[in-house]
Design a protein. Sequence first.
Length: 317
Amino acid sequence: MRRYLLNRLWQSVVTLVLATIVVFVGVRALPGDPALALAGEDRDPESLRAIRQQYGLDQSWLVQFWQFVSHAARGDLGQSIRTGAPVRSMIFSALPVTIELSVLAILIAGVIGVGAGVVAAVRRGGPAEWAANGLALLGLSVPHFWLGLMAILYLSVALGLFPASGFVPFFTNPIDNLHHLILPAVILGTGLAAVIMRQTRSSMLDALSADYIRTAEAKGLPPKAVIGKHALRNSLIVVVTIVGLQLGALISGAVVTERIFALPGFGKLTVDAVFQRDYPVIQAVVLVTATAYIVINLLVDLLYSVIDPRIRVRGEA
């Protein structure tokens, strides 16, 4: 297990280095000059030269990359070109909003998706499977932005059940915080719940047809034990993989939902930085996203060995 862990850590480090290079080059490839955007109407050569010198834009890419990596290794992500605020503080204020929204959406999607997938597999060919498949198809087909607008129109404006926009920090008022986040989390989790349902159903059908399930049934185990302890546990590998990948995707891809519900999260910060050509912020948010993907994938790989001991034994071998 130790050898497997060291191997995965080494792969994660190499992936992070490659991601850093891609991020740096990709940001520089964006059209537009941030110096021109900062200069405003005063675009004489002296002003542009001073701006480029102030933010290091007049140096070679190699020098800029080394400065970016060396400062990031110390936790210094630079300052925003547009506001002058430390990028680290901007990320620390926006990232918790998106993480809380993503985790809540994952929990909602996991409960609905796994439950519906198990029911669809156990009740195969019946009304329950048809209903679960229909809801999954609906969740995959309906765009998030339309569903979010309809939820605001009917549940917030017409019925007044949920706030239409805004955010309250968790430690300020936990109840009000959940009240503001529950609706966008449900909207964000609908598509994920459909994916989890389909994969859970497929994995459960494979597990229920396996020899060890027939052996467990032949021993006289109750159906709940056969389904929950044997079939579902062996089906969770695929579900954990999807949840791990989707959690990273939600952290970086909750832009539409955050825009609709006016949440000051990571997605809004990313979009604003791209439109403003704010190089330090773009580099930092993409680097944080890549790091989140790598860490989540590493944790998912380690969780495999907890769910399935055969993986742990192979890692030790």
